[in-house]
Design a protein around this ligand. Structure first.
Ligand SMILES: C[S@@+](CC[C@H](N)C(=O)[O-])C[C@H]1O[C@@H](n2cnc3c(N)ncnc32)[C@H](O)[C@@H]1O
Length: 411
């Protein structure tokens, strides 16, 4: 249903409050904040991400909790979202159980985290107005897609319009090929139209893709194992002598280990044609490969610097994930690489957030109140609960005119 007669739709341009489940070090939160969404809280069970998260995303707070133990009612009480505010729940249930790097995912209990998100959703008295999910594309295949199907059925039953599909971050200005499952959902009573993904901006026939060169070429040189004195997090992993030798044989600007002399080839690669990217170098003039939680180690992917004798630094990885230059990471080296590699690219998150912020939503007052409360419309008008027999009459034009402009959403 949408408002007919008076102002039928308008940009939300109002406060959207958000929580970010599985927030990690805050890539998604940062993007949503940049889009003008007020992220109140990020939730993650790994406390080692707290400092990076809170330092860079003020005033959002990091709440340490296992999502499986959260109760929607408690969460709602803590968030204390006003009736006039819109509410977004974002959730990036971890991708490891679905990742193609992990073969034995059948018994991984984390694979049902998506259904935990569904449970929390049903426990909310006030359902979120928007939902934003991110995951890996293989989510379609796990358990023959049963988990995802179940979740999407729930979304439809709870009255959401949604768009769920795989997108590539490089089409949105991220200098990295990063295909991810995204779901954007909006409560039907706010927006009856079709939910779509934001238009691609980069790619064939559009702007040229952002590249590794665009993202990292300006950074000062480093040696393997070195930390730059003044550029925060511009530090890279050390390498054993044998790996230095190996990387020195990899042609600059996109070369791979196929160029190694025989004596340097690893035993495990002798009869193995897979994992071609490991020990490779990135190409200057293309988006980088997908960063992972081990994106600063050459033995874990094509994470060699295009021309220097080393893997990419943490700062370079952060730039390839479109974190702003003042975003600082804290923790042990490997932990910071995980914070960066796991993140939703900030630019993609911002574009998705802006889509929600600008969505023309229906703000028709809902006249039927539950639970016997009386609401103040903010200008002295009191609205009282009406019995069902009054509902038909309350949709009359005079009542609409009385409340329009004074009441946004009443629940
Ligand atoms: C893909 S990362 C999220 C990245 C984050 N959205 C960002 O943009 O930076 C997934 C996160 O889920 C967290 N996690 C995994 N299982 C969890 C659970 N049961 N409860 C809370 N957090 C969990 C991990 O610690 C990890 O930080």
């Amino acid at each position: 249903m949408c408002c007919e007669g008076a102002e039928s739709t308008e940009s939300t341009r109002k406060k959207i409050i958000a929580i970010d489940l599985f927030c990690g070090a805050g890539g998604l939160t940062r993007g949503l904040l940049d889009a003008g969404i007020e992220v109140k809280m990020g939730i993650d069970f790994d406390d080692s991400f707290r400092r990076s998260y809170e330092h860079n995303n003020k005033p959002a707070i990091f709440y340490r909790a296992d999502v499986r133990t959260l109760n929607g009612n408690d969460l709602e009480r803590n968030l204390d979202i006003k009736p006039t505010e819109l509410f977004l729940m974002a959730a990036c249930a971890p991708c490891q159980p679905f990742s193609r790097h992990i073969n034995n995912h059948r018994y991984d209990r984390r694979k049902s985290l998506l259904l935990e998100v569904g449970r929390i959703l049903t426990e909310f008295q006030r359902k979120p107005d928007f939902l934003l999910l991110e995951n890996v594309p293989r989510i379609y295949k796990i358990d023959n897609g049963r988990i995802l199907k179940k979740f999407l059925r729930l979304m439809a039953n709870l009255g959401y319009n949604y768009k769920a599909d795989v997108i590539d971050a490089k089409h949105y200005g991220v200098p990295q090929t990063r295909r991810r499952f995204i779901m954007l959902a909006v409560r039907k009573e706010l927006y009856a139209g079709k939910v779509v993904f934001p238009d691609r901006i980069y790619g064939k026939g559009l702007l040229p893709y952002k590249t590794v060169r665009n993202a990292i070429a300006h950074l000062p040189r480093l040696r393997a194992g070195q930390r730059h004195k003044s550029v925060p997090n511009h530090e890279c992993a050390n390498m054993r002598d044998i790996n230095r030798k190996r990387l020195s044989h990899v042609p600059k600007n996109g070369g791979s280990r196929t160029a190694w002399p025989k004596e340097l080839i690893l035993n495990c690669h002798v009869d193995h044609t897979g994992h071609k990217d490991v020990y490779g170098r990135m190409k200057w003039d293309a988006p980088s490969p997908t960063l992972t939680c081990r994106c600063t180690s050459i033995s874990n992917g094509r994470f060699g610097h295009p021309i220097q004798l080393r893997a990419i630094s943490l700062r370079e990885a952060a730039f390839l994930q479109t974190f702003p230059e003042d975003y600082e990471f804290f923790g042990m080296f490997g932990n910071m690489a995980m914070q960066i590699g796991n993140a939703v690219p900030v630019r993609l998150a911002k574009i998705l957030g802006e889509y929600l912020v600008n969505l023309p939503i229906c703000r028709q007052p809902k006249f039927v109140l539950e639970g016997g409360q009386a609401w103040s419309a903010g200008n002295g008008i009191q609205i009282y609960p009406m019995k069902s027999e009054h509902r038909a009459r309350s949709s009359g034009r005079s009542l609409q005119i009385l409340f329009l402009g004074t009441v946004d959403c009443i629940r």
